[in-house]
Design a protein around this ligand. Structure first.
Ligand SMILES: Nc1nc2c(ncn2[C@@H]2O[C@H](COP(=O)(O)OP(=O)(O)OP(=O)(O)O)[C@@H](O)[C@H]2O)c(=O)[nH]1
Ligand SMILES: [Mg+2]
Length: 293
C-alpha cells in the first residue's frame, strides 16, 4: 500500500477540548490545557509516524473575534494552518453543542475546502442519545467524511477517530524523520508549561494579560538553568502574580518546575520573575519579542 501523509488541522471554538484531543491523538502532552478559554495561542505541530503513514497534527487557537493585536495573531495562526492542511478535524463540544457549532463556525468549516471530519468531544458528559442527535445535526449542516463522538479525557472513541483520520489522508511522502515529534524548540514548550501554570493559578482576566519570556536557557550544567519572566500589562497585576509574601509566584514556580522536569526528563533550576510591559497585547514590537508574530 502506498505511503500516506498530510497535515490535519484541529480547529473549533475556544475551550472545546482541541488541545486535550490533540495530545491524545499524538500520544504526548505537547499542548497546554486549562479550564479557561483562549489557552492556546500558537499553532502546535505533533507528528505521528509509522511504516504506512505520517500524520502531522496542528493544534490551533480557538476561533474568536479579535479584540487585541494578540487575537489578530491567533486568528492568523488559524488561517495559516488551514492553508496547509489536507484534512480538517473540526471539534465541537457535545455538552455545549449550540455554542460550539454556531453559524459562524459552520461557515468557517464550509469555506475550507479540504476533506472534513468532525468530532463531538466531551461525550462523557452527555448520553449516547444526545451524542447521536449532535452527530445528526452536524451531518445535516456540513459535508463531512465522518462524524464521531469522542472523549479526549477518557479516550473513548479516540482510536476510531485516529483510524478515520489516517484513512482520510492523501498519498504522500514522509516529510519529517520518523523519530521527530514536533518542530518548536524545547524552550517554547518550557515557556508554555509556565504559562499553563499561570492559567491554573491566576483568576479571571489576569492569565490573558500574561506572557512568558525566556531570558536564559543553559543546558551545559547538571541542572538546566532557566530564567524566565512572567510578563504582565500593569504594575497592579505584578503584585497579584507575586502574591502575599511571594506565595503565588512560588507556587507557580514549583508546579511549573515539576512539569518542565517531566517534559525534559532532566532536573532544572527555574529562576522566575515578574516584569511589567505596559499594554504588551496591543503593541506589535512587544508581540514580536514574545514570539507572537
Ligand atoms: N469532561 C470532559 N472535559 C474535557 C474533555 N476534553 C477537554 N476537556 C476539558 O475542557 C477544558 C478545555 O480543554 P482544552 O483542551 O484546553 O480546550 P481547547 O479547545 O484547546 O481550548 P483553547 O486552547 O482555549 O481554545 C479543560 O478543562 C479540559 O480538561 C472531554 O472529553 N471531557
Ligand atoms: Mg487549546
Amino acid at each position: 500500500m502506498a505511503f500516506k501523509s498530510g497535515y490535519i488541522i484541529i480547529a473549533g471554538r475556544a475551550n472545546v477540548g482541541k488541545s486535550t484531543l490533540f495530545n491524545a491523538l499524538v500520544g504526548e502532552r505537547l499542548s497546554i490545557i486549562s479550564p479557561k478559554p483562549q489557552t492556546t495561542r500558537n499553532n502546535i505541530l505533533g507528528i505521528v509516524t509509522d511504516n504506512q503513514v505520517q500524520m502531522m497534527f496542528l493544534d490551533t487557537p480557538g476561533l474568536l473575534s479579535a479584540r487585541y493585536r494578540l487575537h489578530e495573531f491567533m486568528n492568523r495562526q488559524i488561517g495559516r494552518a488551514s492553508q496547509s492542511a489536507d484534512v480538517l478535524l473540526g471539534i465541537v463540544d457535545g455538552s455545549k453543542f449550540d455554542a460550539s457549532f454556531d453559524a459562524e463556525v459552520q461557515r468557517t468549516f464550509e469555506q475550507w475546502e479540504m476533506p472534513k471530519i468532525v468530532a463531538i468531544n466531551k461525550a462523557d458528559l452527555i448520553s449516547r442519545a444526545q451524542a447521536q442527535r449532535c452527530e445528526q445535526r452536524v451531518r445535516a449542516s456540513l459535508c463531512t467524511r465522518a462524524v464521531l463522538s469522542v472523549s479526549a479525557i477518557s479516550g473513548q472513541g479516540v482510536p476510531e477517530l485516529h483510524a478515520a483520520l489516517r484513512h482520510a489522508l492523501p498519498e504522500g511522502p514522509q516529510y519529517y524523520p520518523e523519530d521527530m515529534l514536533t518542530e518548536q524548540p524545547e524552550r517554547f514548550f518550557v515557556a508554555e508549561l509556565i504559562r499553563e501554570e499561570v492559567f491554573h493559578q491566576l483568576r479571571q482576566e489576569l492569565p490573558y494579560a500574561t506572557a512568558i519570556g525566556i531570558e536564559a536557557y543553559e543546558e551545559d550544567r547538571p541542572k538546566v538553568y532557566i530564567q524566565a519572566n512572567i510578563i504582565v500589562e500593569r504594575q497592579s497585576q505584578k503584585g497579584i502574580v507575586i502574591g502575599r509574601g511571594g506565595k503565588t509566584l512560588k507556587t507557580i514556580g514549583q508546579h511549573a518546575r515539576k512539569k518542565i522536569e517531566a517534559f525534559l526528563d532532566r532536573p532544572i533550576y527555574l529562576d522566575l520573575h515578574v516584569r511589567v510591559y505596559e499594554n504588551w497585547r496591543k503593541k506589535d514590537a512587544a508581540l514580536r519579542g514574545l514570539g507572537y508574530s
